[in-house]
Write a protein that binds this ligand. Structure first.
Ligand SMILES: Cc1ncc(COP(=O)(O)O)c(C=O)c1O
Length: 333
């Protein structure tokens, strides 16, 4: 394992996995050198957006072992996204094997903690047909990229600044649960404006005051007793980190509340509690400031609070093999 952790997502590991379909049926994934893929310029994904992806990590452990974190959940979410896009759905075993093999092929470049090997499975509709606006792609390409990463948010443990968006949702209701590029494209303009106008790191989407999620992570309220987050519905991505943190919170004696949260409640919460973003890339990142209706509302001293730290440490300890894994989340490679 190497010690250097390059900027998030900018450096690729030397090997990737690739699998394609024939008559809609996937052949086993092969490990190949990371490099350009051949795609017909008429490929369905390039025109009609039949593309989805995942993001998960393999962590270098304190014992020298490398462990995939909840790869089964990410494979299931990829399959759910594929279903929603009417793409050929890669079998669970094939995705599991591809993820395992990519990590095994790239063991040399897994960074030490706090870095990790970020894995990016991508599924594309590849039918060469520019007249298929109303028809799904029958053939697909699956590939899994790997990237040695450090912190997603360069500030490390300093609190993030979130600008609240109460007019626009992050994406459309039927795609909230799908991890597809179009969702991120929709959030780009809002996010850039928030950065320019407020120096915000992220946008907290709360259409009509209903707090959903940020552009790349789920949103949690935390205090000494409770962890509160929006109950699962179709409007947002059902994060694996969210689920993990809620489970660990229960283990640690917190009361977990999954329910609607209004933006006014978040603003009030800042007086006494903490807020955090949960995601594979973000891990559990503290919210320092909320920009809402022209006001800058600070959480605590603006840095990571004790409860966020406690939950984050509990999660990282399992991922790094420093603590027991009572829920069977990690898989040694
Ligand atoms: C929009 C969005 N919400 C939530 C998440 C968190 O999901 P997970 O914890 O599975 O990474 C992500 C990250 O992938 C995301 O992009």
């Amino acid at each position: 394992m190497s010690n250097s952790a390059p900027a998030f997502g900018t450096v690729m590991a030397p090997h990737m996995a690739v699998a394609t379909t024939t008559d809609g049926v996937f052949a086993p994934a092969e490990i190949v050198p990371t490099g350009p893929i051949e795609l017909h310029p008429a490929a369905h994904a390039l025109h009609y957006g039949s593309a989805c992806f995942e993001g998960l990590k393999a962590h270098g452990g304190v014992d020298g072992k490398v462990r995939l974190f909840r790869a089964d959940r990410h494979a299931e979410r990829l399959r759910a996204s594929a279903n929603r896009l009417l793409l050929p759905v890669p079998p669970t075993d094939l995705v599991a094997q591809a993820l395992h093999d990519v990590v095994a092929a790239n063991l040399d470049v897994v960074p030490d903690a706090p870095g990790a090997l970020y894995l990016r499975p991508v599924l594309l509709g590849i039918d060469p047909n520019i007249g298929a606006a109303a028809a799904p792609s029958t053939e697909a390409l699956l590939y899994v990229l790997a990237s040695p990463v450090g912190d997603y948010f360069r500030g490390g443990n300093t609190g993030l600044t979130l600008a609240v968006e109460t007019e626009l949702p992050r994406t459309t209701p039927q795609f909230g649960q799908v991890k597809s590029g179009a969702n991120y494209a929709m959030a780009l303009g809002v996010t850039r404006r928030a950065r320019e106008e407020h120096g915000a790191d992220q946008v907290l989407f709360a259409p009509g005051g209903d707090v959903q999620e940020t552009g790349a992570a789920n949103f949690l309220l935390v205090d000494d007793r409770r962890v509160v987050t929006k109950a699962l519905d179709g409007s947002f991505l059902h994060g694996v980190t969210r689920d993990s943190v809620l489970t660990l919170a229960g283990d640690l004696g917190y009361t977990v509340e999954e329910r609607d949260i209004s933006i006014d409640e978040v603003a009030d919460w800042a007086a006494t509690g903490e807020a955090a973003l949960a995601g594979t890339a973000a891990v559990l990142a503290p919210v320092g400031v909320l920009v809402h209706r022209g006001r800058r509302i600070q959480f605590g001293d603006g840095a990571m609070g004790p409860n966020t730290t406690r939950l984050r440490d509990a999660l990282l300890a399992i991922q790094r093999g420093q603590a027991a894994d009572p829920h069977g989340w990690t898989q040694p490679v």
